[in-house]
Design a protein around this ligand. Structure first.
Ligand code: SF4
Ligand code: SF4
Length: 387
C-alpha cells in the first residue's frame, strides 16, 4: 500500500508554532487516537546522540518532544523519554542525565505524566525476518513500552550519508552494543541492512521528524545547521526518509538505507504527501559529508569498482585524522572505536590506520571537532571526491 507522509510548515521552535504544527502533522494521519490508546505507556525516542545545545541541530529539539508529550498526556497516556546515547558515551544513569541536561530535556520532567528514562538495562529481542541480524539487545524501556514514537532529525552522516527515521532507531541498541555492530558491519550497505532488520525487532507506531532545522556537511555531530521549516510524520520510516531526502536534495541513490529499503520492497511507489507541498519550499540541497559517493549510473559502477578495491585494503577509503592542537584528550574516540584503532598518548588521540575499519564513530564522538576526514587516494581518483 502506498505510504502517506504528513508535512506541515514550521519555521521556528517557538512553542506555540511547534504545538500547532505537531498537532496538524498527527491529525493528517488520523489523529493520536489512531496510534495509541488512553492508559498506554509511550516511549518517545528522540535523536539524543551525546546531548548537545538544541541550537546545534544535533538532537531532536525539546520543543518537539514537549509538544508530542503534551498530546499524549492529554490523551491519557504516560510518557517516558528514552534513548541510548551513541558515539563513545557509556550507557549509564550519569551519562543519560548529562545528555538530558545538555539537550534541554531535563525540564520536561516537570510535565505531569512525563519522565526521563534512567534504567540502563537491556533485553534480547528477536527479528525473525532479519536478513543479517535476527536478535538484538534492546534498551528495556523500548521493550516494556506499550508503544514507541520515534522523533528523528534529518542530518547528514559520515557512514550512512543521511540519518533520519530509519537510522534514529539505532538508539534503542545499548551503547557498547553499537560498537559491536560497527565492527561487524563496517561497510555502509551491510550496516544499513542491519538497521532495516532492527525495524523488524522494534516497531514504532509513528515516526515524526523534527525538520525545522536539519544538518548538512560532516554530520551527525559536527555538520552545519540548515533551516528546513517542516514537521514531517508517517507510519512508514522509509517513506518518511525518502520524502525528507527529496526535500533536502539528497539523492535516494546515495543513501544506503533507502537503497536497501527499495530492494526489499519497503517503499511502494511514491509516498502520498498530505499537507504543505515541500516542492514549494526553496531549500538548497544539503552539502553531503566528505565520505559520500555521488549518484548516477557511472557512479554506481564506480562505487562497485571502489568496493571491490576496498576489499583489498581499507587504506583506500576516506580516513580519520586527529588534529593534535584541537584534541583535549577526553578519550571519547578511544571508547567508541570498535577496532581498538584509537588510543591516547600524552593526552592526545592517535589513530592506527592499519587497524581502522573506517566506521567514523570517532568523528561522531569528538565534540572538539578534533577529528577530520580525509579522502583515500582511490576515492579521489575514481570518484573525484574533495580533499
Ligand atoms: S580526538 Fe581528542 S578531543 Fe576528540 S574525542 Fe578523541 S580524545 Fe576527545
Ligand atoms: S579510528 Fe577508525 S575504526 Fe576507530 S572509530 Fe575511528 S573510523 Fe572507526
Amino acid at each position: 500500500m502506498t505510504a502517506t507522509v504528513s508535512s506541515v510548515l514550521c519555521s521556528t521552535y517557538d512553542e506555540a508554532e511547534v504545538d500547532a504544527a505537531v498537532v496538524q502533522a498527527i491529525d493528517h494521519l488520523g489523529g493520536i487516537g489512531s496510534f495509541v490508546s488512553p492508559g498506554m505507556t509511550v516511549l518517545l525516542k528522540p535523536n539524543l546522540l551525546t546531548g548537545a545545545d538544541p541550537e546545534k541541530a544535533v538532537t531532536t529539539h525539546p520543543s518537539v518532544l514537549r509538544s508530542v508529550a503534551r498530546i499524549l498526556t492529554a490523551h491519557g497516556c504516560q510518557v517516558i523519554i528514552g534513548d541510548s546515547p551513541g558515539a563513545g558515551t557509556r550507557y549509564t544513569p550519569s551519562s543519560l542525565k548529562r545528555a538530558y541536561e545538555r539537550s534541554g530535556y531535563a525540564p520536561l520532567v516537570t510535565m505531569a505524566g512525563v519522565r526521563l528514562n534512567e534504567d540502563v538495562s537491556h533485553t534480547t529481542v528477536s527479528s525473525p525476518e532479519g536478513r543479517v541480524v535476527k536478535r538484538f539487545l534492546i534498551i528495556t524501556p523500548a521493550v516494556e513500552a506499550d508503544a514507541i514514537i520515534s522523533l528523528s532529525k534529518p542530518k547528514t552522516h559520515l557512514l550512512t550519508t543521511y540519518t533520519g527515521a530509519v537510522k534514529n532507531l539505532f538508539g534503542v541498541v545499548p551503547g557498547h552494543e553499537k560498537s559491536a555492530f560497527h565492527s561487524r558491519f563496517p561497510e555502509a550497505d551491510a550496516f544499513s541492512e542491519m538497521l532495516i532488520d532492527l525495524h523488524g525487532a522494534v516497531v514504532p507506531v509513528l515516526h515524526l521528524m523534527d525538520a525545522v532545522v536539519g544538518m548538512e556537511g560532516n554530520g551527525p555531530l559536527s555538520g552545519t545547521p540548515v533551516p528546513v521549516g517542516l514537521i514531517l510524520a508517517s507510519r512508514n520510516p522509509h517513506a518518511l526518509d525518502s520524502v525528507a531526502c527529496r526535500i533536502i536534495g539528497i539523492p535516494i541513490d546515495v543513501v544506503p538505507t533507502l537503497r536497501a529499503a527499495e530492494e526489499r520492497g519497503l517503499i511502494d511507489g511514491e509516498p502520498v504527501i498530505v499537507g504543505a507541498d515541500p516542492a514549494s519550499l526553496m531549500i538548497p540541497a544539503f552539502r553531503l559529508p566528505d565520505t559520500a559517493r555521488p549518484a548516477g549510473l557511472l557512479m554506481k559502477i564506480s562505487r562497485k569498482m571502489l568496493a571491490r578495491f576496498q576489499r583489498e585494503g581499507r587504506f583506500l577509503l576516506p580516513y580519520p585524522v586527529v588534529v593534535p592542537s584541537a584534541c583535549i584528550g577526553c578519550g571519547a574516540c578511544v571508547r567508541i572505536c570498535p577496532a581498538d584503532a584509537a588510543s591516547l598518548r600524552e593526552r592526545r588521540a592517535e589513530i592506527n590506520l592499519s587497524l581502522c575499519i573506517r566506521c567514523y564513530c570517532c568523528h561522531e564522538s569528538c565534540e572538539e571537532a578534533a577529528i577530520l576526514i580525509r579522502q583515500g587516494l582511490l576515492s579521489r581518483l575514481i570518484l573525484g571526491n574533495r580533499q
